[in-house]
Write a protein that binds this ligand. Structure first.
Ligand code: DLZ
Length: 164
């Protein structure tokens, strides 16, 4: 299937999340956008049977803190199967762009390897706010939806490979 949209996925390939427990860490910078991404992620998890009780939502000041939040969540909730990290960094509006994007992508990889659990990169890194809105429920879909689908698939893969 050719991907034309961030929210494109084949529903028949998405596992049920009935038994899954998933954390979502949301950055407060560019909150209008990150709230729309978080809503997309939560709606998608609920659509695939993740119960409300099994969605743990936290907020952090900015995208830079997403890695620490994911680490804290996985350290303190042994039942969590994955964490979705949601943020938005807009190049035209920040000189920190490269530092933050690099830190988050590397940090997320490190936390995932440390805890041996999927940690999902749902970070928009755009040139301007229009591109961000287009990917937060606009014409290019919603990266929060993509993050939720990725989490469900990665948890199922882990359980399958570990025979759980
Ligand atoms: C400082 C900063 C800047 C300039 N830009 C953004 C941004 O576009 N998106 C975002 O999520 N966070 C930004 N931040 C905040 C940092 O991520 C972080 O919260 C602060 O540097 C404090 O560690």
């Amino acid at each position: 299937m050719k991907k034309t949209n961030l929210s494109d996925y084949d529903p028949s390939l998405v596992p049920s999340g009935k038994e899954f427990r998933i954390g979502i860490a949301v950055a407060e910078w560019n909150r209008e956008i990150t709230d729309a991404l978080a809503d997309g992620a939560i709606e998608t998890l609920r659509k695939y049977d993740v119960t409300e009780d099994n969605i743990l939502l936290v907020h952090v000041p900015g995208s830079f803190e997403l890695t620490t939040a994911a680490d804290l969540m996985l350290r303190n909730d042994a039942k969590l199967d994955a964490v979705i990290c949601i943020g938005c960094v807009i190049q035209g509006e920040t000189r920190h762009f490269d530092f933050i994007c690099e830190a988050v992508s590397q940090g997320i990889t490190n936390v995932a390897l440390k805890h041996e659990k999927p940690v999902i990169f749902s970070l928009l890194t755009t040139n301007n706010s229009e591109q961000a809105f287009d990917r937060a429920g606009g014409k290019h879909g919603n990266k929060g939806v993509e993050g939720a689908i990725t989490a469900l698939k990665m948890i199922a893969l882990q359980k399958q490979l570990e025979n759980k």
